[in-house]
Design a protein around this ligand. Structure first.
Ligand SMILES: Nc1nc2c(c(=O)[nH]1)N[C@H]1C(S)=C(S)[C@@H](COP(=O)(O)O)O[C@H]1N2
Ligand SMILES: [Mo]
Length: 202
């Protein structure tokens, strides 16, 4: 038995330890762009990130305020529902734990993330806490490219990558769950790649 696999074995496949490639995925060295619409161009002067609590109160950060917070580097594997997995991607950003420390979490169970351009995706709040999620603004040491979500995107690598909202600008804390964009078109509500939760019913 080999301890590396080409996974899917496709033209773009690269060798990868099988225990890091979820079922049905193949490892790639590419970084495909997947966007449901045009890339919004958001200037840093107008950029804001807002978190709305369950009572409707907003806490928000300008670009400079975000940069003044503690930053973290993370090296993570990302998994797209279209079956590519990319290992050891390096990001820099602000942990959601840091941002949520300034927010009243009373009654909050779920989160609907909204992006410039209108995209949205939902996650349970515990999937954003405990060092599992970031507002990422740099990729491989460079400012995040607009097509990959720059100025900043949500990064939640333990779920399929559609949960990592590009151009994120608002997180709404909710007492009960609401589906986001792909979730309302039949994608799985949670999206765990290790349980292959691609579509509703998986
Ligand atoms: N705002 C926004 N975020 C998004 C998307 C999108 O269409 N719009 N696509 C999602 C999907 S399906 C994937 S796989 C990843 C792709 O990120 P990438 O283009 O940087 O590879 O972004 C996710 N975040
Ligand atoms: Mo995706």
């Amino acid at each position: 038995m080999s301890f590396v696999t080409r996974g899917f074995g496709g033209r773009r496949g690269v060798e990868a330890p099988p225990d890091r490639v979820p079922p049905g995925q193949y490892a790639t060295s590419d970084f495909p762009v997947l966007s449901a619409g045009p890339t919004p161009r958001v200037g840093l002067e107008e950029w804001r990130l807002t978190i709305t609590d369950t009572r409707g109160t907003d806490v928000s950060w300008s670009w400079d305020e975000l940069q003044a917070l503690d930053h973290e580097s993370s090296k993570v594997d990302i998994h797209c529902v279209t079956k590519w997995t990319k290992l050891d991607t390096s990001w820099q950003g602000v942990s959601l734990d840091t941002l949520l420390a300034d927010v009243d979490l009373t009654g909050a169970r779920d989160v609907l993330a909204h992006s410039y351009g209108g995209y949205s995706t939902n996650l349970p709040l515990p999937d954003l806490t405990g060092g599992k999620a970031w507002i990422a603004h740099s990729y491989e040491g460079e400012p995040l490219a607009p097509e990959h979500g720059g100025p900043a995107r949500l990064l939640v690598p333990h779920l399929y990558f559609w949960k990592s909202a590009k151009w994120v600008n608002r997180l709404v804390l909710l007492e009960s769950d609401r589906p986001g964009f792909w979730e309302s078109y039949g994608y799985h509500n949670y999206g765990d790649p290790w349980r292959e939760q691609r579509y509703t019913g998986d």
